[in-house]
Design a protein around this ligand. Structure first.
Ligand code: NAP
Length: 248
């Protein structure tokens, strides 16, 4: 079966690198017009340039997802250019790991703002026209850590688990408008985010993964592309684990 994406506009947050970049490239290759966003204008700008150079359609709109006022301004700008955003991928995320006893207020608040509140503000800002159009796909990039917990990541796990609650609740609110809301929960994926982990941590985790290897950004993009397609119309409120079988 061929997956189709007829005349769709997509926004991918955190599209400048890693998983977001791969999702943006994949959606563009599938024929979507893609708005690439990240905090740093040069990272999302480079991805949009790469898409346009290879015959796709993209533009970049940089904004900081941890700042509600920047999200609001970006939503106004996007909805000036497009009637509605059809596919929203809430992907931007950070880690600020530490044990609970040593975690600062700022470590907690910046991760909650960037990884969880951002999905609330961005989705709310784009939902009305999506509801009016009676078609939409919202894909939230959660994490295995949000499902299973991980020592040293109470902030990150709380944000990613919160994203799952947001996903399941919103799915029930908007199902009658033909909008699906799903989460993808990656395991350990090779990106800048995991390249900072000490080798000892990676060497300890990889043997625990039933597939005995870390995942690639393409593995996450494949799940997102499926969920974004016309054909995934009856899947909503789900969390798709993409983790090589690792579930602690
Ligand atoms: P990454 O390589 O570190 O890339 C993160 C992207 O998010 C970058 O484009 C970055 O923008 C953007 N970003 C970060 N803070 C932002 C902010 N305040 N405003 C706007 N954009 C911001 O990360 P990744 O590994 O691809 O992770 C992508 C998502 O998957 C995250 O939500 C992460 O939690 C989740 N995830 C990753 C893994 C993994 O193993 N890698 C596992 C589970 C879940 P700039 O380019 O401007 O810096």
């Amino acid at each position: 079966m061929e997956l189709t994406y007829t005349n769709k506009t997509a926004l991918v947050s955190g599209a400048g690198r890693g998983i977001g970049r791969e999702i943006a490239m994949g959606l563009a290759k599938a024929g979507c017009t893609v708005i690439c966003s990240s905090r740093n204008p040069s990272s999302c700008g480079a991805v949009a340039d790469e898409i346009n150079a290879s015959g796709g359609k993209a533009l970049s709109i940089p904004f900081d997802v941890s700042k509600p006022e920047e999200i609001r301004a970006a939503c106004v700008e996007m909805l000036k250019q497009f009637d509605s955003i059809d596919i929203l991928v809430n992907n931007a995320g950070i880690t600020r790991d530490n044990l609970m006893m040593r975690m600062s207020d700022d470590d907690w608040q910046s991760v909650i703002a960037t990884n969880l509140s951002s999905a609330f503000y961005l989705t709310r800002g784009l939902l009305r026209p999506m509801m009016g159009k009676r078609w939409g796909r919202i894909i939230n990039i959660s994490s295995l850590t949000g499902q299973a917990g991980n020592a040293g990541q109470v902030n990150y796990a709380a944000a990613k688990a919160g994203m799952i609650g947001l996903t399941k609740s919103l799915a029930k609110e908007v199902a009658s408008r033909n909008i699906t809301v799903n989460a993808v929960a990656p395991g350990f994926i090779e990106t800048d985010m995991t390249s900072v982990l000490p080798k000892t941590v990676v060497d300890a985790v990889v043997p625990l993964i039933p597939m005995k290897k870390m995942g690639k950004t393409q593995d996450i993009a494949a799940a997102c592309l499926f969920l974004a397609s016309d054909q995934a119309c009856y899947i909503t409120g789900q969390v798709i684990g993409v983790n090589g079988g690792l579930y602690m």
